[in-house]
Design a protein around this ligand. Structure first.
Ligand SMILES: Cc1ncc(COP(=O)(O)O)c(C=O)c1O
Length: 371
């Protein structure tokens, strides 16, 4: 008999013992451990939510025509990419999509059993493999944290249901070469899912989608959570290869996955507006600068990320848990030890600059005091 499945501890629950230490500081703890936005969504989005009139009936699982059109309009505006609304489908935030894709792909192709994902990455890629009873095979990232698709073993590629890429990347901030990922997908006949939820927070130049390199064999995954401060709404979409999007949206319809009607309407309003994203970009840029100099002052040099709202900071003596504990105890700051994102991240900590600037200034003052 196989062992019964027991979910592992949720990564952030492992920080529980440090929370009381951080909270004991005058002014309380400054929680930079989770990438949850703290700034408000626009009032137009909140008004749309309240006035949608979409509460009574079941919403379309694939997404309303207005929501899907808002998504294709945004792709055109932001990236110059033309897609048909028929190639877009809604998801209930993207975490559930990331976690469930391997299971759904395996139903279609039971002979394959492997999910490929970046060696240092958002933990849900590996979790989706585990939940589908698949092998989770990490793909090498280089010393600048960029994904090295050329390193994938041929046997692993032959067994792969999909490869996940994430650019800009959580937790490292790395911006990847998405043309290489798209070419790899086509050369190996393995779908590439490109998680692009941080694309609006690209700092090295304009943000990119994998769809700029064609849609065959690739699916881009987008979220409203970070772009528009709507993590509480649970709205995202996936778009790309018509056959893959059709298959996934059909199965997901049977499974009852639906973005609530009022949320679809409000998410469409958010996608149609780019101004609030500019405001948010400025906030994160300032906060990244503020916390980078605070970490440097405390003896932990934090490189500038290529994207995202995370700093990926080498622990001064290579021990990320010890550094995490020290920050909680001595500065009342909670961060995430890099091990949450894979063993190759175990000498770094991730710092999410998602607290209001005044809280980050408090954190920076405390850090300077422990330097
Ligand atoms: C890389 C990445 N993908 C997906 C998600 C999930 O976002 P949501 O489920 O809110 O769309 C997150 C959230 O932190 C993330 O960092």
């Amino acid at each position: 008999m196989p062992d019964p499945f027991r979910p592992p501890p949720y990564p952030y629950d492992r920080l529980e013992p440090l929370k009381a230490l951080a909270a004991a500081h005058e002014g309380g703890s400054v929680d930079l451990s989770v990438g949850t936005p703290c700034d408000p969504p626009t009032s137009a989005v909140v008004a749309a939510l309240a006035a949608s009139g979409a509460e009574a009936g079941y919403p379309p699982s694939i997404g309303s025509p207005a929501f899907r059109e808002a998504a294709t309009d945004w792709l055109r505006r932001r990236f110059g990419v033309e897609t048909s609304p028929a190639a877009v489908a809604a998801c209930v935030g993207t975490k559930e999509f990331v976690a469930s894709v391997p299971h759904l792909l395996r139903l279609r192709d039971p002979a394959k059993d492997t999910v490929l994902y970046p060696a240092v990455s958002y933990p849900t890629y590996a979790m989706g493999a585990l939940l589908a009873g698949c092998r989770a095979v990490p793909v090498h990232v280089d010393d600048q944290w960029h994904l090295d698709v050329s390193s994938v073993d041929d046997d692993d590629a032959a067994r792969a249901l999909c490869l996940w890429v994430n650019s800009p990347a959580n937790p490292t901030g790395a911006v990847d070469d998405l043309s290489a990922a798209a070419a790899w997908a086509r050369a190996h006949g393995v779908p590439v899912f490109s998680d692009e939820c941080y694309v609006e927070f690209t700092w090295t130049g304009p943000g990119h989608t994998i769809l700029e390199h064609g849609v065959d064999g690739v699916v881009a995954v987008h979220s409203l959570s970070k772009r528009s401060n709507l993590a509480g709404l649970r709205a995202g979409f996936y778009v790309g290869d018509a056959e893959l999007v059709t298959y996934l949206s059909e199965v997901r319809k049977h499974a009852g996955l639906m973005v609530p009607g009022p949320v679809q309407l409000a998410a469409g309003v958010a996608l149609a507006d780019d101004e609030h994203v500019e405001v948010q970009r400025d906030r994160y840029r300032d906060r990244l600068g503020l916390m980078r100099s605070a970490f440097t002052a405390a003896g932990a040099e934090a490189p500038a990320p290529e994207g995202t709202f995370y700093l990926w900071v080498p622990a001064p003596d290579g021990d990320a848990w010890a550094f995490t504990e020290r920050l909680a105890k001595e500065a009342g700051i909670l961060v995430s030890p890099g091990e949450f994102y894979g063993p190759a991240g175990s000498s770094h900590v991730r710092v999410a600059v998602v607290q209001p600037t005044a809280r980050l200034e408090l954190a920076a003052r405390r850090m300077r005091a422990i330097a």
